[in-house]
Structure formats: structure tokens, C-alpha cells
Design a protein around this ligand. Structure first.
Ligand SMILES: *Cc1c(COP(=O)(O)O)cnc(C)c1O
Length: 464
């Protein structure tokens, strides 16, 4: 067949849409998008013919069908969907950080319709937005007042801009962190129009360094939690209480950017993660943290602290731009209630996973392994592993865990098959084995987890 014959035989978009496979895809994909995929596939085919890349016996139908199927597979990988996190990283930023408590999920679903977000049903009058969530956060942290914004980055920017636009904010050189995703503290200062006043050195900063840096240009002192790395050896820095005394003496607000938002002292696990209540007890003027890190709630930036300062923040026009929706407010309130009920370690999934005994994780692992029915060539070993909190919390600390180690099968093919299953499963490859860590898998997912592994292994084993 000559190339002009081939071109003449190219189907029209309408022809392709009538092909059986396309009719099947059509029920999954909005039609305008499908039409685009078809148009692109035909166009590509045309170019290949014109460039002489298509063989004479080029099967146009097969070619176009395959290309559209591939486009669909790719699109499916981008669709937001639930995944099983078997990475062993409890707060995985790519996987949406903290999984929510059932109570939070229920409250968010219930309030996704009309909800009294700015209305007091008792008086019938307008109320502050999300007043109940604020009340609960105040109760939980011991602060005078609270404000909820989009995320902790937004909280930091709002605070810097409100307290210190055009003024200096003193920060230790040991705390000029990059959190990840391009969030670098010096750039946040610039964006908020606050001037960075660095003091001390990378490893040692003394209270007297802060003291010496204070001038009439100073707007605030900030302490930033080194959330994703740790310093050891010849290091020192003043603690938050010392900074607060200095701030009080010089009439300067002290901001504690904690990020991780740990509510409960975790020293029984051997971790010295700073807690929000400790920061408030130390009288920090404002304490900032993420809703979706150690707190274990939905994405948000939570600011707690002294009432006059929170009132100032609330009046800023930026606050309106950074405000959260009713479902977030409902989720935060419900998560705070989990803590206040005293059952946080049972109710908040993050705390549940973090506190589960290593023996229990091993039992979960064995239960999953015994539920699997794998081809003989595939080996599944149950062995210890190391999990992490991750997501900018408890840097460097590992959690003893157990994992499934799958071998005798291409690890890249298996991880790809696991990712494209439903639900998708995320693990990692180490030493040519696929490692699926059970500490980050929730017990109610176990059944789906077994099926997903089974299907992925079968899929790979069936490949030529
Ligand atoms: C994580 C973190 C942030 C950013 O929080 P987001 O909620 O991701 O915006 C800011 N500061 C610190 C110290 C953090 O750990």
C-alpha cells in the first residue's frame, strides 16, 4: 500500500468512536476527552505515515486502538484515588500525609452539604467561621485563641506578613530550613516582605546572639522546627522558653513554627518531638503547625496563641484568601475531639500506626502472607524492616516494623503492576526485592491488600 493509500484509509474520529473498545472506554471517560484522545491518535498515525515510519502493512486499527488504550492507562495513573501505603512512611507527602480518623471522615462527609459554617443555630445569628473547631483547638492546646488557614506555609506567610512586613525577623542560622517541595524559609520571608535577620552559626546559636540582633527594626523572633533533618554533636540553641523570656523583656512576639503539630509527648517511644501544648505552656506568642502531619487531620495550617495577636491575624485581608472550607473545619473539629476523648491512640490512624507494637505488625504481616496464594517461582518472606514517621516529623527516627519481601519476580514489573491495581499499592524496591511494609497499612485494608498483591503478581507472571 502506498502512503497516499494509507492516508486515504485513515478512519475519521466518528469511525473510531464506534469501534467496540472505544465504546467500552467511553463509559469511563468524559466524551470530550475521549474525542481528543482519538483525534491525537489519528493525527499521530497520519504523521507516521507521512514520515515514512509506518510499514506498508501498518495495521491502522490496531495502532490507533493501542495508542488510545495507553493514553487511558496513563490517565488512570493520574486520577486521584485511594492507595494502600505499604512504604512504611506513615506521613507520605505524595500520598496525602495523614489518613483521617473515621470520626473526621464522617464529619467531613456530613458537612459537605449545607452546613452552619458561619451560623450559630442556637441564636440564629451569624457566628465566627468554624467557631467550634477553634474552641476545641483552644481546649486541646491550652492556647487563648486559634485560627485555621490553608496549610502551615500559609500560616507562616500570614504571620510574617502581619507581624513583620518591612521589619526584621530574627532566626537562627541553624533553622533556615528547606521543608521540601521548594519550600525554603528565606524565600518565604521574601514573599511575606519580612526581612530575614540571621543569627548564630549553623550548629551553635546562643540567646545572646538573638539579644544582640534586636533593634528598632525588629518585628519578631521566630523558632523553626528542624522537621526533616537533625543535628547532633557540637550543637546548641536556646529553647523556646528562653526565647519567650527575651521576647517578653524586649516586647517582641515570639513565633514557634513547629510544622509537625505533635499533640502528645512521644518520649515513651524514645522521641523528643516538640509538642504544641509544650510550646503554649512555654508562652510562645504564636505556634504554627500543619493539620495533616502528626496531628493526623486534614490539610490545614493551624495557628494557636495569644488572643490579641490571633485577632490581628484574623483582621488581615490575607486571612480571607487563605481560609479553609467547611469540610476542613469539620475534619479538624472531629480530630480534636478524638484527642479530647482521651482515645487518640485508638481513633487517630497516625497514632494508631505509630504506637502499634512490633509484634502486632509482625502478626499482620504473617496474616497477609498466609492469605497469599502465589506461583511457585515467587517467594514471599516475612522479615523485620524499618518504618518512618516521615512528612517532616521526628527526623531520623525509625520505627521497628515488619514487611513482606517478594522475590523471584521482576521488582520493577511488580511495583508497576501494584501501582496500577485497584486499589493501588505503593511499596519500594530494595536489593531486587519488593518490600511491602505493614506498619503503614491499616487493618481494614488487609483484605483488599491481599487481593491486590495476588492480582499484581498474577498479572506479572502471566506476561510473556
Ligand atoms: C511542614 C512544615 C511546614 C509546611 O507545612 P505545610 O502544611 O506543608 O504547608 C512549615 N514549617 C515547618 C517547620 C514544617 O515542618
Amino acid at each position: 500500500m502506498t502512503s497516499s493509500d494509507q492516508l486515504r484509509q485513515l478512519p475519521s474520529v466518528d469511525d473510531v468512536l464506534r469501534w467496540p473498545l472505544l465504546r467500552a472506554i467511553g463509559s469511563d471517560v468524559p466524551r470530550p476527552q475521549l474525542v481528543n484522545w482519538v483525534r491525537d491518535a489519528i493525527e499521530l498515525c497520519r504523521q507516521e505515515i507521512q514520515n515514512g515510519k509506518a510499514a506498508a502493512e501498518h495495521n491502522v486499527v490496531q495502532h490507533i486502538t493501542e495508542r488510545i488504550a495507553q493514553t487511558q492507562t496513563r490517565a488512570k495513573g493520574r486520577r486521584l484515588q485511594p492507595v494502600i501505603n505499604a512504604t512504611g512512611i506513615l506521613l507520605h507527602t505524595n500520598l496525602g500525609r495523614a489518613p483521617l480518623a473515621d470520626e473526621a471522615v464522617a464529619a467531613m462527609a456530613a458537612c459537605s452539604q449545607y452546613a452552619n459554617v458561619e451560623l450559630d443555630l442556637y441564636t440564629g445569628k451569624r457566628s465566627g467561621r468554624g467557631e467550634r473547631a477553634v474552641e476545641l483547638l483552644v481546649q486541646l492546646t491550652g492556647a487563648e485563641d486559634a485560627l485555621i488557614v490553608n496549610n502551615c506555609a500559609a500560616a507562616t506567610m500570614l504571620v510574617l506578613q502581619t507581624l513583620a512586613a518591612g521589619r526584621e525577623v530574627i532566626v537562627s542560622r541553624g533553622q533556615l530550613v528547606e521543608i521540601g517541595g521548594g519550600y525554603r524559609l528565606p524565600e518565604v520571608f521574601t514573599a511575606a516582605a519580612a526581612l530575614l535577620k540571621e543569627v548564630g552559626t549553623t550548629n551553635r546559636t546562643y540567646l545572646k546572639d538573638y539579644e544582640a540582633a534586636i533593634s528598632e527594626r525588629t518585628g519578631a523572633i521566630i523558632r523553626v522546627h528542624r522537621s526533616n533533618f537533625y543535628q547532633g554533636g557540637f550543637v546548641t540553641e536556646p529553647d523556646i522558653a528562653e526565647l519567650v523570656s527575651l521576647g517578653e523583656a524586649r516586647n517582641l512576639p515570639v513565633v514557634d513554627d513547629l510544622g509537625s503539630g505533635c499533640m502528645i509527648d512521644l518520649s515513651e517511644f524514645g522521641w523528643s518531638e516538640p509538642t504544641v501544648p509544650h510550646s503554649i505552656r512555654s508562652k510562645a506568642d504564636l505556634t504554627l503547625f500543619s493539620g495533616d502531619k502528626m496531628f493526623g487531620g486534614p490539610q490545614a495550617g493551624i495557628i494557636v496563641g495569644k488572643a490579641p495577636l490571633i485577632a490581628r491575624l484574623r483582621r488581615s485581608p490575607m486571612t480571607r484568601a487563605l481560609r479553609v472550607d467547611k469540610t476542613t473545619l469539620a475534619g479538624i473539629a472531629a480530630t480534636a475531639e478524638c484527642y479530647l476523648s482521651g482515645d487518640a491512640f485508638q481513633k487517630v490512624p497516625l497514632l494508631q500506626m505509630l504506637s502499634r507494637s512490633v509484634d502486632e505488625v509482625r502478626q499482620h504481616c504473617e496474616r497477609i502472607a498466609s492469605g497469599l496464594n502465589l506461583p511457585e517461582s515467587v517467594r514471599c518472606k516475612v522479615a523485620p524492616s524499618e518504618a518512618q514517621v516521615g512528612g517532616g516529623s521526628v527526623p531520623g527516627a525509625t520505627l521497628k516494623s515488619w514487611a513482606l519481601y517478594l522475590s523471584g519476580i521482576s521488582p520493577t514489573a511488580l511495583t508497576a503492576a501494584l501501582r496500577s491495581g485497584s486499589p493501588a499499592v505503593l511499596g519500594h524496591i530494595r536489593d531486587n526485592e519488593v518490600v511491602l511494609d505493614l506498619r503503614s497499612v491499616r487493618p481494614q485494608q488487609h483484605e483488599a491488600f491481599v487481593t491486590a498483591i495476588q492480582e499484581a503478581v498474577t498479572h506479572v507472571a502471566d506476561q510473556p
